[in-house]
Design a protein around this ligand. Structure first.
Ligand SMILES: C[S@@+](CC[C@H](N)C(=O)[O-])C[C@H]1O[C@@H](n2cnc3c(N)ncnc32)[C@H](O)[C@@H]1O
Length: 254
């Protein structure tokens, strides 16, 4: 299988029709937004940037709250098309502008944004690099909210540790992330761990159904079945080891 074919398969697995593309739920987005708005001291007229927005799980919730103008960035066009379709359905499309681009290269001026949002996406450019890069885009009291995969315990089963050493080597525990965020010039306002339901209901369970469909479609295709098995392995890892790692929302202020 070529690299292009592998990427095509990944986009076929993580299809735009899925409810969302990373662990999360509306309540967790809403809770982080409440902290952000409290710190900002205002709740409308905001300039908001939603990085790696995918098919818009977070964008739609931010838009529903009527907080201001949202620029939703992703480098995969079909996700943005789906986001706009959902936004029209929710009657909030006029609050969202989409931008198909590599988030690391988008243009912004110093202090353009009140709020920068990144659910399960800052890892794409590296969390530390992203924090440093986007800090300049925030207004003097601006807020950054991001969710990130983290170790939740010091002692972790070897199979689990080895899996993530291979899949996501930069993964850290919460205290290490807090130190990194502070060293990048942010004050940490709030941290909150996503509940296990936020992994299953709108993310892993629909993804498992999709994998089952594709396993039928690609039965006998060793390469593609191998890629599908890797995604299934990630889900099985969480099923057996959810005490050891999690997704944590961090709300930070400049
Ligand atoms: C794990 S998904 C999270 C999507 C969404 N925030 C959510 O919670 O459902 C990561 C997203 O980042 C996007 N992405 C990956 N690399 C990117 C890049 N360099 N620039 C912009 N978006 C990127 C992917 O297309 C995908 O939509």
């Amino acid at each position: 299988m070529t690299n292009v074919e592998q990427l095509e398969l990944l986009y076929e697995i993580f299809d735009a029709s899925l409810p969302r593309l990373a662990p999360g739920d509306t309540a967790s987005t809403g809770k982080a937004l409440d902290y952000a708005l409290k710190a900002l001291g205002r709740s409308d007229g905001l300039q908001v940037l939603d990085l790696g927005c995918g098919n818009g799980a977070s964008t739609l919730e931010l838009a529903r709250r009527g907080i201001g103008a949202i620029t939703a960035v992703d480098n995969h066009g079909p996700f943005l098309e789906e986001l706009l379709k959902r936004a029209k359905g929710a009657d909030v499309a006029d609050r969202i502008q989409t931008l198909e681009a590599d988030m690391a290269t988008i243009a912004f001026d110093v202090g353009d944004y009140d709020l920068i949002w990144s659910e399960g996406s800052m890892y794409n450019m590296g969390v530390e690099a992203g924090l440093k890069h986007f800090r300049a885009g925030l207004k003097p009291d601006g807020v950054m909210a991001l969710s990130e995969l983290c170790w939740m315990k010091e002692e972790v089963p070897a199979t689990c540790r080895e899996f993530f050493m291979a899949e996501y080597p930069p993964m850290q525990d919460v205290p290490a992330n807090l130190r990194m965020m502070e060293s990048c010039g942010y004050t940490v306002l709030e941290t909150s761990t996503l509940p296990e339901s936020a992994w299953w209901l709108d993310y892993y369970l629909p993804l498992e159904s999709r994998l089952a469909t594709l396993q039928e479609k690609y039965a006998g295709d060793e390469d593609r079945m191998g890629v599908l098995a890797t995604v299934a392995q990630e889900i099985a890892m969480y099923r057996g080891n959810s005490d050891y790692y999690g997704y944590v929302f961090y709300v930070l202020q400049v």
